[in-house]
Design a protein around this ligand. Structure first.
Ligand SMILES: Nc1ncnc2c1ncn2[C@@H]1O[C@H](COP(=O)(O)OP(=O)(O)O)[C@@H](O)[C@H]1O
Ligand SMILES: [Mg+2]
Length: 274
């Protein structure tokens, strides 16, 4: 039996996939998303979002794509989900492929020229905005960052031809600081922090509602939410995981609501794995 039938839900409320429908706009997430969207619309060039594992960077990127639904005529999004490449050449090859440029080039210079031509065609001739979104940005090594820096050099008198969004863990920061002129090119930077206790509760309620929960009565007690916050420190991934376990616990035990005791027992089982 799943929690879907027991609580008459239409969807899994605490899945850990980055579904934008379950994206709760906390103050942090809202500000980051809003600023990103503006940076792209104004063609400001480079945006960097940093945050620990599980703060919601990937989910945020999916919500960003959703903000541009229906605008495919004017905005072209390209994604690199895991930029671990052995060399500058391999990275450039991957980028040309991602941009849909025919891959028959021999040298790094050929690749760069092809990308520049592509950007010129899309941005200047066709008047579109090209966005390259790189997730797991902490995997970018020095040579890759150098490549990205040169791509940001392509500009008209008014705007950058490539809108680059890098999302990554904090360890990316010292690496970009080491690259000359990289930091000053960042037009929008944001560090995604975890939620506070109030927003932890709001996120839980929001996800249940999105999953189709219609009752007035909360499934999670106030004390349970406090415990969840204490344990997860407001990290959305941790919140999802613990809530998923709590719902499972309820169903197995024919319970109706998640109490502080339920959360305590889940935490004590989790701690064995730490
Ligand atoms: N704003 C949010 N609202 C609801 N759930 C979120 C939010 N941010 C993250 N999550 C959830 O947390 C988990 C981890 O998010 P993810 O985007 O993968 O984090 P990161 O990429 O920073 O490691 C996912 O299950 C996601 O659904
Ligand atoms: Mg991620």
């Amino acid at each position: 039996m799943s929690c879907l039938s027991v609580f008459q839900l239409e969807k899994e409320p605490f899945s850990t996939s980055p579904d934008p429908e379950f994206f709760y706009r906390s103050n942090e997430h809202y500000a980051a998303l809003n600023r990103l969207e503006i940076a792209i619309r104004l063609k400001r060039g480079l945006s960097v979002i940093l945050g620990d594992v599980g703060t919601g960077k990937t989910t945020l990127s999916r919500a960003l794509l959703q903000s541009f639904y229906g605008e495919e005529e004017n905005y072209i999004f390209h994604m690199v989900l895991s930029p671990s490449f052995k060399s500058e050449y391999q990275f450039l090859t991957h980028l040309t492929k991602t941009f849909g440029i025919s891959p028959f080039f021999r040298s790094t210079i050929d690749h760069r020229e092809a990308i520049e031509k592509y950007l010129f065609r899309k941005c200047v001739q066709e008047k579109k905005t090209v966005v390259l979104l790189i997730d797991e940005g902490q995997k970018l090594m020095q040579p890759h960052l150098e490549v990205l820096r040169t791509l940001l050099n392509y500009e008209t008198n008014q705007y950058k031809m490539l809108q680059l969004v890098i999302l990554g863990q904090m360890e990316l920061l010292p690496r970009i600081k080491r690259i000359k002129n990289f930091m000053d090119r960042i037009s929008m930077r944001y560090i995604l922090n975890p939620l506070d206790e109030y927003e932890t509760g709001q996120l839980i309620e929001f996800r249940l509602k999105q999953a189709g929960y219609k009752e007035e009565k909360s499934i999670f007690s106030y004390e349970a939410i406090r415990k969840i916050y204490e344990y997860t420190q407001g990290y959305p991934r941790q919140i999802s995981l613990i809530c998923h376990n709590a719902m499972e616990h309820l169903i197995m035990n024919d319970g109706e609501s998640v109490t502080a005791e339920v959360i305590e027992s889940i935490i004590s089982k989790e701690k064995v794995w730490e």
